[in-house]
Design a protein around this ligand. Structure first.
Ligand code: ZN
Ligand code: ZN
Length: 271
Protein backbone atom coordinates (compact mmCIF):
# COMPACT_ATOMS: atom_id res chain seq x y z
CA UNK A 1 0.00 0.00 0.00
CA UNK A 2 1.41 3.37 -0.93
CA UNK A 3 1.14 6.19 1.51
CA UNK A 4 1.51 9.84 0.57
CA UNK A 5 2.49 12.18 3.37
CA UNK A 6 0.30 15.28 3.61
CA UNK A 7 1.84 18.27 1.81
CA UNK A 8 3.51 20.71 4.22
CA UNK A 9 1.63 23.89 5.14
CA UNK A 10 3.24 27.28 4.32
CA UNK A 11 4.44 27.50 7.95
CA UNK A 12 6.02 24.00 7.79
CA UNK A 13 7.62 24.83 4.45
CA UNK A 14 8.98 28.09 5.86
CA UNK A 15 10.40 26.21 8.86
CA UNK A 16 12.12 23.69 6.57
CA UNK A 17 13.87 26.13 4.19
CA UNK A 18 16.24 28.59 5.92
CA UNK A 19 15.41 32.19 5.00
CA UNK A 20 11.85 31.50 3.89
CA UNK A 21 10.18 32.26 7.24
CA UNK A 22 10.65 36.01 6.85
CA UNK A 23 8.38 35.87 3.80
CA UNK A 24 5.41 34.44 5.73
CA UNK A 25 2.61 37.00 5.84
CA UNK A 26 -0.76 36.78 7.56
CA UNK A 27 -3.75 36.85 5.22
CA UNK A 28 -7.51 36.54 5.50
CA UNK A 29 -9.32 34.43 2.92
CA UNK A 30 -12.77 36.00 2.54
CA UNK A 31 -14.70 32.97 1.14
CA UNK A 32 -17.70 35.01 -0.12
CA UNK A 33 -21.10 33.37 -0.54
CA UNK A 34 -24.39 34.78 -1.86
CA UNK A 35 -26.28 36.36 1.07
CA UNK A 36 -27.18 39.86 2.21
CA UNK A 37 -24.30 40.94 4.47
CA UNK A 38 -25.45 41.43 8.08
CA UNK A 39 -25.40 45.19 8.84
CA UNK A 40 -22.15 45.97 10.62
CA UNK A 41 -20.43 42.75 9.50
CA UNK A 42 -17.82 42.32 6.77
CA UNK A 43 -19.35 41.77 3.34
CA UNK A 44 -19.17 42.38 -0.40
CA UNK A 45 -21.64 44.81 -1.99
CA UNK A 46 -24.75 45.24 0.12
CA UNK A 47 -26.22 48.35 1.74
CA UNK A 48 -24.10 51.51 1.70
CA UNK A 49 -22.74 53.18 4.84
CA UNK A 50 -21.33 56.69 5.10
CA UNK A 51 -20.59 59.43 7.62
CA UNK A 52 -23.75 61.41 8.40
CA UNK A 53 -23.82 64.73 6.55
CA UNK A 54 -20.70 64.04 4.45
CA UNK A 55 -21.07 63.97 0.64
CA UNK A 56 -20.89 60.53 -1.03
CA UNK A 57 -17.64 60.18 -3.06
CA UNK A 58 -17.73 60.55 -6.83
CA UNK A 59 -15.26 59.76 -9.63
CA UNK A 60 -14.41 62.78 -11.74
CA UNK A 61 -12.17 60.96 -14.25
CA UNK A 62 -12.98 60.85 -17.95
CA UNK A 63 -13.72 57.22 -18.84
CA UNK A 64 -12.36 55.82 -22.11
CA UNK A 65 -15.88 54.69 -23.16
CA UNK A 66 -17.10 58.29 -22.87
CA UNK A 67 -14.65 59.30 -25.62
CA UNK A 68 -16.43 57.12 -28.19
CA UNK A 69 -19.60 59.09 -27.64
CA UNK A 70 -18.01 62.43 -28.51
CA UNK A 71 -18.13 63.36 -32.23
CA UNK A 72 -14.59 63.98 -33.44
CA UNK A 73 -15.12 67.62 -34.34
CA UNK A 74 -17.11 68.51 -31.21
CA UNK A 75 -15.51 70.32 -28.27
CA UNK A 76 -14.79 67.93 -25.39
CA UNK A 77 -17.61 68.36 -22.86
CA UNK A 78 -16.85 68.55 -19.13
CA UNK A 79 -16.91 65.18 -17.35
CA UNK A 80 -19.99 64.31 -15.33
CA UNK A 81 -19.01 63.02 -11.85
CA UNK A 82 -20.07 59.39 -11.29
CA UNK A 83 -21.05 58.02 -7.89
CA UNK A 84 -18.71 55.33 -6.55
CA UNK A 85 -20.25 52.07 -5.33
CA UNK A 86 -19.51 49.86 -2.34
CA UNK A 87 -17.27 46.95 -3.26
CA UNK A 88 -16.70 45.75 0.32
CA UNK A 89 -16.96 46.54 4.01
CA UNK A 90 -14.24 44.88 6.06
CA UNK A 91 -14.11 44.82 9.86
CA UNK A 92 -10.82 44.99 11.76
CA UNK A 93 -11.55 41.81 13.72
CA UNK A 94 -11.63 39.87 10.43
CA UNK A 95 -8.24 41.18 9.28
CA UNK A 96 -6.28 42.48 12.31
CA UNK A 97 -3.05 42.25 10.27
CA UNK A 98 -4.02 45.17 7.97
CA UNK A 99 -2.39 48.57 8.65
CA UNK A 100 -5.37 50.05 10.55
CA UNK A 101 -4.90 53.74 11.29
CA UNK A 102 -5.31 54.62 15.01
CA UNK A 103 -8.97 54.57 16.02
CA UNK A 104 -10.35 52.91 12.86
CA UNK A 105 -12.07 49.53 12.73
CA UNK A 106 -13.88 49.42 9.38
CA UNK A 107 -12.33 49.55 5.92
CA UNK A 108 -14.63 50.57 3.13
CA UNK A 109 -13.49 49.69 -0.39
CA UNK A 110 -15.31 51.82 -2.95
CA UNK A 111 -14.85 51.74 -6.68
CA UNK A 112 -15.97 53.47 -9.83
CA UNK A 113 -17.64 50.75 -11.94
CA UNK A 114 -16.13 52.00 -15.20
CA UNK A 115 -12.83 51.44 -16.97
CA UNK A 116 -9.97 53.90 -16.46
CA UNK A 117 -6.76 54.03 -18.45
CA UNK A 118 -4.75 56.86 -16.89
CA UNK A 119 -4.79 56.34 -13.12
CA UNK A 120 -1.59 54.29 -12.64
CA UNK A 121 1.00 56.65 -14.07
CA UNK A 122 3.23 55.07 -16.70
CA UNK A 123 2.16 51.53 -15.85
CA UNK A 124 -0.53 49.95 -18.07
CA UNK A 125 -3.84 49.52 -16.30
CA UNK A 126 -7.38 49.31 -17.67
CA UNK A 127 -10.11 48.75 -15.09
CA UNK A 128 -12.11 50.21 -12.20
CA UNK A 129 -10.75 53.03 -9.99
CA UNK A 130 -10.52 52.04 -6.31
CA UNK A 131 -10.61 54.12 -3.12
CA UNK A 132 -9.97 52.96 0.45
CA UNK A 133 -11.77 54.68 3.33
CA UNK A 134 -10.68 53.76 6.86
CA UNK A 135 -13.47 54.56 9.35
CA UNK A 136 -14.61 54.13 12.92
CA UNK A 137 -17.73 51.97 12.41
CA UNK A 138 -19.59 53.96 15.09
CA UNK A 139 -19.32 57.10 12.91
CA UNK A 140 -21.23 55.55 9.99
CA UNK A 141 -24.93 55.31 9.23
CA UNK A 142 -26.94 53.74 6.38
CA UNK A 143 -26.65 55.90 3.25
CA UNK A 144 -28.45 56.11 -0.09
CA UNK A 145 -25.84 57.02 -2.69
CA UNK A 146 -26.95 58.18 -6.14
CA UNK A 147 -27.03 55.35 -8.71
CA UNK A 148 -23.70 54.97 -10.55
CA UNK A 149 -23.30 55.87 -14.19
CA UNK A 150 -21.89 52.64 -15.53
CA UNK A 151 -20.80 51.76 -19.04
CA UNK A 152 -19.61 48.21 -18.30
CA UNK A 153 -23.03 46.62 -17.85
CA UNK A 154 -22.72 44.56 -14.71
CA UNK A 155 -19.06 43.47 -14.90
CA UNK A 156 -18.23 45.73 -11.97
CA UNK A 157 -21.47 45.57 -9.95
CA UNK A 158 -21.01 42.99 -7.17
CA UNK A 159 -23.82 40.69 -6.06
CA UNK A 160 -24.19 41.00 -2.27
CA UNK A 161 -22.16 38.41 -0.41
CA UNK A 162 -21.52 37.55 3.21
CA UNK A 163 -18.06 36.25 4.13
CA UNK A 164 -16.54 33.32 6.02
CA UNK A 165 -13.19 34.90 6.97
CA UNK A 166 -10.37 32.40 7.43
CA UNK A 167 -6.95 33.36 8.83
CA UNK A 168 -3.99 31.79 7.01
CA UNK A 169 -0.27 32.30 6.44
CA UNK A 170 0.78 33.11 2.92
CA UNK A 171 4.05 32.67 1.05
CA UNK A 172 4.83 34.64 -2.11
CA UNK A 173 5.07 33.58 -5.72
CA UNK A 174 8.59 32.38 -6.57
CA UNK A 175 9.18 35.67 -8.45
CA UNK A 176 9.33 37.53 -5.12
CA UNK A 177 12.13 35.36 -3.66
CA UNK A 178 15.86 36.11 -3.89
CA UNK A 179 17.51 33.86 -6.45
CA UNK A 180 19.40 31.66 -3.94
CA UNK A 181 16.31 31.23 -1.80
CA UNK A 182 14.17 30.39 -4.85
CA UNK A 183 16.77 27.72 -5.70
CA UNK A 184 16.70 26.29 -2.15
CA UNK A 185 12.91 26.17 -2.26
CA UNK A 186 13.00 24.40 -5.62
CA UNK A 187 15.47 21.81 -4.26
CA UNK A 188 13.35 21.17 -1.20
CA UNK A 189 10.01 20.90 -3.00
CA UNK A 190 11.52 18.64 -5.69
CA UNK A 191 12.73 16.26 -2.92
CA UNK A 192 9.21 16.31 -1.46
CA UNK A 193 7.64 15.70 -4.87
CA UNK A 194 5.54 18.86 -4.66
CA UNK A 195 5.34 21.99 -6.75
CA UNK A 196 5.84 25.25 -4.89
CA UNK A 197 3.69 27.53 -7.04
CA UNK A 198 0.77 25.21 -7.33
CA UNK A 199 0.59 23.33 -4.05
CA UNK A 200 2.01 25.87 -1.62
CA UNK A 201 2.57 29.33 -0.59
CA UNK A 202 0.17 31.86 -1.95
CA UNK A 203 -3.53 31.22 -1.39
CA UNK A 204 -5.97 31.98 -4.24
CA UNK A 205 -9.31 33.77 -4.18
CA UNK A 206 -10.70 36.88 -2.49
CA UNK A 207 -8.06 37.72 0.10
CA UNK A 208 -6.87 40.50 2.43
CA UNK A 209 -3.13 40.88 3.07
CA UNK A 210 -0.68 38.14 2.14
CA UNK A 211 0.86 38.09 -1.32
CA UNK A 212 -0.49 38.74 -4.84
CA UNK A 213 -0.29 36.36 -7.77
CA UNK A 214 1.91 37.21 -10.78
CA UNK A 215 0.71 34.30 -12.91
CA UNK A 216 0.07 36.28 -16.07
CA UNK A 217 2.74 39.03 -16.18
CA UNK A 218 5.57 37.86 -13.86
CA UNK A 219 6.51 40.22 -11.02
CA UNK A 220 5.86 43.91 -11.57
CA UNK A 221 6.99 46.05 -8.60
CA UNK A 222 4.12 48.34 -7.57
CA UNK A 223 5.51 51.63 -6.19
CA UNK A 224 3.48 54.40 -4.58
CA UNK A 225 2.60 57.14 -7.08
CA UNK A 226 2.85 59.73 -4.27
CA UNK A 227 6.04 58.81 -2.36
CA UNK A 228 7.73 56.06 -4.43
CA UNK A 229 7.74 53.41 -1.65
CA UNK A 230 7.18 49.76 -2.68
CA UNK A 231 3.54 49.03 -1.89
CA UNK A 232 2.02 46.03 -0.09
CA UNK A 233 -0.77 43.76 -1.30
CA UNK A 234 -4.02 44.66 0.48
CA UNK A 235 -6.87 42.97 -1.42
CA UNK A 236 -7.38 40.43 -4.20
CA UNK A 237 -10.70 40.69 -6.09
CA UNK A 238 -11.47 37.52 -8.03
CA UNK A 239 -13.68 37.18 -11.10
CA UNK A 240 -16.66 34.82 -11.01
CA UNK A 241 -18.08 32.98 -8.00
CA UNK A 242 -20.99 34.42 -6.05
CA UNK A 243 -19.90 38.11 -6.22
CA UNK A 244 -20.19 37.67 -10.02
CA UNK A 245 -17.60 40.28 -11.06
CA UNK A 246 -15.41 40.18 -14.15
CA UNK A 247 -12.06 41.98 -13.81
CA UNK A 248 -9.34 41.97 -16.48
CA UNK A 249 -9.73 38.97 -18.76
CA UNK A 250 -11.83 37.15 -16.18
CA UNK A 251 -8.77 37.39 -13.92
CA UNK A 252 -7.86 39.01 -10.59
CA UNK A 253 -7.53 42.61 -9.51
CA UNK A 254 -4.93 43.36 -6.84
CA UNK A 255 -5.17 46.48 -4.70
CA UNK A 256 -1.92 47.69 -3.11
CA UNK A 257 -1.51 50.09 -0.19
CA UNK A 258 1.38 52.42 0.66
CA UNK A 259 3.35 51.35 3.78
CA UNK A 260 4.20 54.99 4.58
CA UNK A 261 0.65 56.39 4.50
CA UNK A 262 -2.54 54.42 3.82
CA UNK A 263 -4.19 57.58 2.42
CA UNK A 264 -1.80 57.66 -0.57
CA UNK A 265 -3.64 56.57 -3.76
CA UNK A 266 -3.82 52.78 -4.12
CA UNK A 267 -1.78 50.76 -6.58
CA UNK A 268 -3.79 48.56 -8.96
CA UNK A 269 -2.73 45.54 -11.00
CA UNK A 270 -4.65 43.00 -13.09
CA UNK A 271 -3.60 39.38 -13.56
ZN1 ZN B 1 -14.41 56.57 -12.87
ZN1 ZN C 1 3.18 56.50 -0.50
Amino acid sequence: MTHTAPAPSPAELAAAVPGLAEYLRPATLLNPYAAQPVPGASGIGGPALWAVGAPWPHCTARHPEDEYLIPRSAPVPPTVPTALITLAHLRAEDAPHLPWPEGTDLLQVLWCPNDHDDIQGERFYYGPAVELHWHRAADLAPATPPPPRCSQEDYYLPQPCALRPEQVLDLPDRDELQEELAYAVREFTARQGIEYQRDHGRADGWKLGGWPSWHSTDLVPIDCGRCGERMNHLLTVESGGDPGLCVGRHGELHVFVCPVDVTHPVGLDLQ
